[in-house]
Design a protein around this ligand. Structure first.
Ligand code: SF4
Length: 374
């Protein structure tokens, strides 16, 4: 299949791995952060870590939108299911994420009208088909998914569909990277930049990372050759003492971003002054809210939202894993109390969560080896 097979070709993978070995200084320890959960998933799925020299450490970043949402926001969204006429809708990724009193699926089992949708447009259609009910869409995601929420709201407004609202939890990637760089316990040499987000925002917003922080950042695709090529490009910069933004994912990411998507976002959203991120605290200007033109479709204005702050279970170390300070398996609950079947943190639920990726590939591989040895 074009655009997939050539990025999984064994000879190209081997060639990139050889180049990485050639460029790696054995005296140096490299800490590269892959910002996006999609990259974390690809790294484990394709066993890319095993192709890298041991002194290249890949740190998992905060780019999984379900994982960074604090439990209080999940509780806030679920509180709307108490309204008798409300249909709660969300992407499938959200359905097993635990809130204080259970996940959306558990609320459904207790009788709440909770439904999975594949897009905000599906939720809007549900509202059109149920004029006597109110459909609330629990919106999550970085700039990748924010444009489709914006376009749906523009359509709701244009068509006068008023039994529809959005509980907006869209977050923005740049302030999160800034928070990581400001964190005293982090030392990152370079970033593998997020591919999906960059299709919308382009590469320009990362320039300050290279210019002010002196860190290379290479926006990368998600196939094995993409990720390895991004590592090659980073190592070349580090070897030459350079720091610049490069675009490995040129076949998808335009340098200037997607102007139509950015325009739709500007029409509908405004920046929140601050927003709480799981494990990272409050980060200023890091999330979007509906602006006054769309107040009528804003679930936070339409319903009473408790806004309670909830701390994660004490032993859960989701925050440290999200910031890349701990690896998934270093969390005390990993693989014991917290598994994909019985998740305690969102990182074990989402397909982009580093704990789920590690459990699904590395942990399983290790268990199988142990069983074979027995
Ligand atoms: S193992 Fe579970 S509790 Fe620990 S960091 Fe991962 S998701 Fe959070």
């Amino acid at each position: 299949m074009r655009f997939v097979d050539e990025f999984r070709a064994p000879e190209l993978i081997e060639k990139a791995a050889q180049e990485i070995r050639r460029l790696t200084d054995p005296q140096r320890h490299y800490r590269l952060m892959e910002v996006c959960g999609g990259h974390t998933h690809a790294i484990y799925r394709f066993g890319l870590k095993d192709l890298l020299p041991p002194n290249i450490e890949l740190i998992h970043g905060p780019g999984c939108p379900v994982c960074v949402l604090p439990m209080g926001r999940i509780d806030d969204g679920l509180s709307m299911t108490e309204q008798p006429d409300v249909i709660f809708t969300a992407f499938g990724d959200m359905m097993r994420v635990p809130g204080t009193h259970g996940s959306p699926l558990e609320y459904k089992a207790r009788g709440a009208d909770v439904r999975i949708v594949y897009s905000p447009a599906d939720a809007l259609k549900l509202a059109q088909n149920n004029p006597d009910r109110h459909v609330m869409f629990f919106a999550i995601g970085f700039e990748t998914t924010a444009p489709s929420t914006a376009l749906t709201l523009m359509r709701a407004k244009a068509e006068g569909i008023r039994n529809f609202s959005v509980f907006c939890n869209h977050v923005t990637i740049i302030p999160a990277i800034r928070a990581i760089l400001d964190s005293p316990d982090m030392r990152i040499d370079a970033f593998i930049g997020p591919g999906h987000v960059s299709t919308v925002i382009g590469c320009r917003p990362y320039e300050w990372i290279a210019r002010n922080e002196g860190k290379p950042i290479v926006v990368s695709g998600f196939e094995p050759v993409d990720v390895l090529q991004a590592v090659v490009m980073i190592l070349r910069q580090l070897q030459a003492g350079e720091s610049k933004v490069e675009n490995q994912y040129r076949r998808v990411v335009p340098w200037e971003g997607n102007r139509a998507a950015l325009k739709a976002m500007a029409e509908v959203f405004t920046l929140r002054s601050y927003f709480e991120w799981r494990g990272m605290g409050f980060i200023s200007q890091s999330a979007l809210a509906l602006n006054d033109r769309y107040a009528e479709w804003d679930a936070e204005k339409r319903f009473h939202v408790p806004g309670i702050r909830v701390t994660d279970p004490k032993a859960a170390q989701c925050g440290e894993v999200l910031k890349g300070v701990l690896r998934p398996a270093q969390c005390k609950l990993f693989g014991k109390e917290c598994t994909p079947e019985h998740p305690i943190g969102a990182l074990m639920v989402s397909s982009e969560g580093s704990c789920a990726a590690y459990y699904g590939y590395e942990h399983r591989k290790a268990s199988e080896l142990v069983h074979m040895a027995i």
